[in-house]
Ligand binder design. Structure first.
Ligand SMILES: [Zn+2]
Length: 207
């Protein structure tokens, strides 16, 4: 579920904002019949020191995580970090030029940098088309690009703005904005998944 916040990822960590998240309404039970209980935290791989608040429904025995708006879903880092390379690619004369410009540190071969960028372009493309389908009245005639959506939304951080605009549909929208996993190629961090299962607490004084 979404934790609506204006904080940046750094502010989220420095303020230990996971401690300020209160329980949302239970997504499974009838309104007023269930109160979610705190159920620990799990760590984000990036940025270091970031924890995500979890709650549990004792009736259906399922947990929810409250992902703050600064973070991408099912992939490391922030929504802005996902958006930036795709913006560069939209503006670049050729994809090769874009790859040179956004080549991430650690992605040393040109081929892998190309795949890295193409993956992000695909995620964003699929997402924007899905948003158009879910909100036809708002996005009819809008090109499914960051530039097109940015103009329509009056926003330079389209992905983050869509978390808010499409809040009711986040369960149906693909990552990194929505909470549906798009494919197994998304890096989820097996370590994080294991820790999530055991419901850790952040160490006191961390962050
Ligand atoms: Zn419940």
């Amino acid at each position: 579920m979404r934790f609506a916040t204006n904080l940046t990822d750094k502010e989220y960590v420095s303020r230990r904002a996971w401690n300020t998240v209160s329980a949302p309404p239970c997504p499974w039970c009838k309104p007023g019949t269930c109160e979610l209980a705190p159920h620990g935290f799990y760590p984000r791989v990036k940025p270091q020191g970031a924890w995500i608040r979890r709650f549990i429904c004792r009736t259906v025995k399922r947990t929810v995580s409250l992902l703050p708006d600064c973070f991408a879903a099912w992939v490391q880092g922030t929504l802005e970090e996902q958006e930036e390379p795709v913006r560069v690619a939209e503006r670049a004369a050729t994809q090769a030029a874009a790859v040179e410009q956004v080549r991430p540190p650690g992605e040393c071969s040109l081929a892998s940098a190309q795949r890295w960028l193409q993956r992000r372009m695909r995620w964003v493309g699929v997402l924007l088309v899905a948003v158009k389908g879910l909100y036809p009245e708002r996005f009819t005639g809008v090109e499914p690009t960051l530039a097109g959506f940015g103009q329509q939304l009056g926003s330079e951080t389209v992905l983050r703005t869509l978390r808010e605009v499409a809040e009711a549909q986040l369960g149906n929208l693909p990552a990194p904005v929505g909470f549906r996993r798009v494919s197994v190629t998304l890096r989820t961090g097996p370590r994080a998944a294991t820790k999530q299962a055991s419901g850790l607490s952040p160490p006191p004084g961390s962050g």
